[in-house]
Design a protein around this ligand. Structure first.
Ligand code: NI
Length: 200
């Protein structure tokens, strides 16, 4: 009995390690996403009516038939937002003509400063595909709540403010329904492109 457990214990440990390794690495290609696709009907997203970078009213229904790759942030963000928007643009470009099925959408969480005029050159700097959306504070708060985005205004010593916010890329289907998300936006463009390719 004792001898048997001496053999079985290391075997069980090795088995657990091997299984753990595969579970760990299964998530590499699709961080967070795989799990959410499997569990399905997460209540993320919903209808919105906002204003785009050209000052045109845009509603969620206008995007039906296309995938939306949605990111919430603000143009004054010094690091995370520009890095993530560049990643989204890069990943979509890597899909070639298939990428045309995806509209990258940047929704500001700082509508006080991010007017359409401010958003226009900002989103253009990430490529011509981007739609930048702003609106009144109430509409922005509503859409952020629908996507469960965390937002907190942080006053700075110089009298300005920063916006603390969650950094999540959402993929919404042509029917407007939630497909999946990446909360680790450090995923590289290759991995993001490969994941998108499987999903669109
Ligand atoms: Ni940011």
């Amino acid at each position: 009995m004792r001898r048997l457990s001496l053999i079985l214990m290391p075997a069980a440990i090795i088995l657990a390690l091997v299984a753990g390794y595969f579970i760990w690495h299964a998530g590499d290609d699709l961080p967070a996403l795989d799990r959410n696709v499997e569990t399905g009907s997460a209540a993320i997203g919903g209808p919105f009516t906002l204003i785009d970078q050209n000052g045109v009213k845009r509603s969620s229904a206008d995007f039906r038939g296309k995938f939306m790759l949605v990111y919430f942030g603000y143009s004054y963000c010094p690091d995370v937002c520009p890095t993530t928007l560049a990643l989204m643009a890069d990943a979509i470009d890597r899909l070639g003509h298939k990428g045309d099925a995806i509209v990258p959408v940047f929704i500001t969480i700082d509508p006080e400063r991010d007017t359409p005029a401010k958003l226009k050159p900002y989103v253009a700097s990430f490529g011509p595909r981007f739609v930048g959306l702003t609106g009144d504070l109430k509409s922005i708060k509503k859409v952020a709540d629908l996507y469960r985005v965390y937002i907190k205004k942080e006053p700075l010593e110089n009298g300005n403010y920063a916006m603390d916010h969650s950094s999540v890329i959402y993929l919404m289907g042509p029917d407007g329904k939630f497909v999946g998300y990446w909360d680790d936006t450090s995923v590289g463009p290759d991995k993001l492109a490969a994941a998108l390719k499987k999903l669109i």
